[in-house]
Write a protein that binds this ligand. Sequence first.
Ligand SMILES: [Zn+2]
Length: 278
Amino acid sequence: MENLQEKFKKAARVVKTSRALIITSGAGMGIDSGLPDYRGEEGFWREYPLYRRLGINYFDAANPEHFSSDPHFGWGFYAHRIDLYRKTNPHEGFYILKRWIKEFDLNYFVVTSNVDGQFQKAGYPEEKIYEVHGSIHYLQCTLPCGDSIWYNDQEVEVDFETMLSLSIIHCPYCGAVARPNVLMFGDFSWIGDRSDKQEDRFREFLQQHQDDNIVVIEIGAGTSVPTIRNLTLRLARSYNARVIRINPREYEISPPHISLPCGGLDGLEKIDEEVNPE
Ligand SMILES: [Zn+2]
């Protein structure tokens, strides 16, 4: 087996010799910024002791049903996360990738299943990002009464003891309860228009760069919600892209792709050391 150092060297070479970079990222990308890992009930319940007492796991909490049956409860979970994501600063890995883009003049696109808006916060332009499950920073009507999606600049306070929100945001068009424009579990009322437009831009990007050397850097995308991993493999197959998979647990991928068994920030930093050896 190839040693890890060799793999970082190889990954650095691939980054430097590519024309286009596609960053595909999942929940693992946020963890190094200090965002909670919702994987597994225990992890979730450590963050939300009340939900442990109520026996509610992540799948139950992230359910659109609460916004109609008990809006303060529905908003409690989401307003807490909105506040958390607003306060969180993206880790250095986001900026390492940006440096590579600049230094090696890479055409690039970001595809993420994260709804936290961290790439935008790190200064990536909106038109270079495809958020496959939407963004928690945008809202829509729960009904929905139309297909409007709007940016949320309001603050909603939450009583952490009860996980109930102190206020609720309403739809400005019909007055019904509003909700974040993220794809929840068992969600039939999510409005995908914003993500669809992002996807159109991503397709255009692929068309423009189909004959280029493409490197896909996949970071922290697990198999439990496989959207991102499936996309990575599709890019490898259909566009002959080289994949660098960074994942501390589910890191397997066969050559010529590069499997790096480490966390997002750690992996990016180690590649960066080889990109710019002193
Ligand atoms: Zn409405």
